[in-house]
Design a protein around this ligand. Structure first.
Ligand SMILES: Cc1ncc(COP(=O)(O)O)c(C=O)c1O
Length: 399
C-alpha cells in the first residue's frame, strides 16, 4: 500500500493567528484541496525516478533499452486500462486531461464532413466547455444541457435537445467544484437508444480511482483522466477509447500513441500514472465521514450552512458548503493564514473573481459564499479534527 510521508503538523492552537510562510505550508498545513491537485505519493515519485534513470531509452528504439522502456509504457497502459474497464479498448497517454479532452472534442469535430451539433452539460470543466466552443468556430452548433439545483442534468432535457446531426454529448462524471455525480451509464444508454451514432465523452478526472469508472459497462465512448488528481505526477493524463471508437489526430509526427498523440512518450510519467491508478484515491467511506465531521463543524457556527449537493449524488471526496453571509475569498484567505488550505471553487478560475458558472447553473444564491473541501490519501482523523477546529475558529471570527 502506498503512503505519504508528510511531516506532522504543528498544533493549530499554538500557532493560531500567525501567518504562515509558503515554505512552511507543506510541513505544517492541512491540505483539503485534493480536487485541485493531490500531493505526489513519495513511493510513486521514487518509482518514477528509478524509471527515468534506468529506462531512459526511447520506446520507439528497437534495441534493448528502447524495448525495456516500451515494456514500462505497456505495463502502465494496462494498469490504466484495467481501472477503466478498457482492456479491449485503447488508452492514449497525453500531457493531462485537458489535452485528452481536446483530442476527443476537436477530433470528433474534425471527423465530420458537415457542420453538426454538440451537447455539453452546464457543469463541465473549462477543458470541455472551451474546446467545445472552439468547435463552434468551425461551424458546429454547441448547446448546453441545463442542470437542477443539485447540479444533475435532467435526462428529459438532454433527450429533447438531441438532433439527427448531434455527433457529441459531453457529460462529466464527478464535478470538480461541487462533487455532483452524473448517472453516466443511464445517460449513455438513453442517448444511444435515440442516436446510436452519437459519441459520448465523459470527463472522469475527479471520479477516477474513487468511483466505479468501468467504461465498458457504462457504454460511453471516450473518457479523459489525469494522474495528478490521484497522487500521481502532474502533466500526465490519458484518453480512453471504447472498442471500435477511432478519431483523426490533431497533429502528426512519429505516430506514437496509436497515431493520436505523436511525440516521444513520457515513460516515467506514464509509470507514475499507472501506479496511481492502481492505488486509487483512498477509502470513500472515510472521505464521507471526514465530510460529515467538517460540515458539522461549519454548522456549529453557521446553522444555515448546507452541503450544496445531496449526499446520494455526491462524490465522497468533494464537499462544497454554503457559507450564508460570508464571502468565499475572505474565508479561504483567513483559513490559509492559519494553515488550512481549501478552495472557493475550481482552482482554474478561483483566483479570478468571476462567479462560478457551475454555481450559477445550479441557482446558488449569489450572496452566499461557498467553500470546497476535498480529500485524498494524505489525510487522517487527526488532521480532520484540527481542520474542524480551525473552521470553527475562523468562521466564528468572521461572522
Ligand atoms: C473535472 C476536471 N476536468 C479536467 C481537468 C483538467 O485536468 P488536467 O489538469 O490534467 O489538464 C481538471 C483539473 O483541474 C478537472 O478537475
Amino acid at each position: 500500500m502506498l503512503t505519504t510521508t508528510a511531516k506532522p503538523e504543528a498544533d493549530p492552537s499554538s500557532s493560531a493567528g500567525r501567518p504562515r510562510s509558503a515554505s512552511t505550508h507543506g510541513a505544517e498545513g492541512i491540505y483539503l484541496d485534493h480536487a485541485a491537485t493531490a500531493p505526489l505519493d513519495p513511493s510513486i515519485a521514487a518509482a518514477m525516478n528509478a524509471v527515468a534513470s534506468q529506462h531512459f531509452g526511447n520506446p520507439s528504439s528497437r534495441h534493448a533499452l528502447g524495448l525495456a522502456a516500451e515494456r514500462q509504457l505497456r505495463q502502465a497502459r494496462a494498469q490504466i486500462a484495467r481501472r477503466l474497464g478498457l482492456v479491449d479498448g485503447t488508452v492514449v497517454f497525453t500531457s493531462g486531461a485537458t489535452e485528452a479532452l481536446a483530442i476527443a472534442i476537436l477530433g470528433s469535430g474534425r471527423a465530420r464532413r458537415q457542420p453538426g451539433h454538440v451537447l455539453v452539460s452546464a457543469v463541465e470543466h473549462a477543458a470541455v466547455r472551451e474546446n467545445a466552443l472552439l468547435l463552434a468556430r468551425d461551424g458546429h452548433e454547441v448547446e448546453e444541457i441545463p442542470v437542477d439545483a443539485d447540479g444533475r442534468i435532467q435526462q428529459r432535457e438532454l433527450l429533447a435537445r438531441l438532433r439527427p446531426e448531434t455527433f457529441l454529448v459531453c457529460v462529466m462524471h464527478a464535478n470538480n467544484e461541487v462533487g455532483v455525480v452524473q448517472p453516466i451509464g443511464r445517460v449513455a444508454r438513453a442517448v444511444k437508444r435515440e442516436r446510436p451514432r452519437c459519441r459520448i465523452l465523459v470527463d472522469m478526472v475527479q471520479s477516477f480511482g474513487v468511483l466505479d469508472t468501468d467504461v465498458a459497462a457504462s457504454g460511453v465512448d471516450m473518457v479523459a483522466v489525469s494522474a495528478h488528481k490521484l497522487h500521481g505526477p502532474k502533466g500526465v493524463g490519458a484518453l480512453g477509447l471504447a472498442p471500435g471508437v477511432s478519431l483523426p489526430p490533431l497533429w502528426a509526427g512519429g505516430g506514437q500513441e496509436h497515431g493520436l498523440r505523436a511525440g516521444t512518450e513520457n515513460v516515467a510519467g506514464a509509470v507514475g500514472f499507472g501506479l496511481a491508478a492502481e492505488a486509487g484515491k483512498g477509502d470513500p467511506e472515510r472521505f464521507i465521514a471526514f465530510g460529515e465531521r467538517l460540515l458539522a463543524a461549519v454548522r456549529e457556527v453557521l446553522p444555515d450552512a448546507r452541503a450544496l449537493v445531496d449526499p446520494r449524488h455526491r462524490a465522497p471526496h468533494i464537499l462544497a458548503v454554503t457559507l450564508p453571509g460570508l464571502r468565499s475569498e475572505v474565508v479561504v484567505n483567513a483559513l490559509s493564514e492559519r494553515g488550512l488550505w481549501v478552495s472557493s471553487g475550481s482552482a482554474c478560475h478561483s483566483r479570478r473573481s468571476l462567479r462560478s458558472r457551475v454555481l450559477t447553473a445550479m441557482g446558488v444564491d449569489e450572496r452566499d459564499g461557498v467553500i470546497r473541501l476535498s480529500f485524498g490519501r494524505s489525510l487522517d482523523d487527526d488532521r480532520v479534527d484540527r481542520a474542524a477546529e480551525l473552521l470553527r475558529a475562523v468562521l466564528a471570527e468572521l461572522s
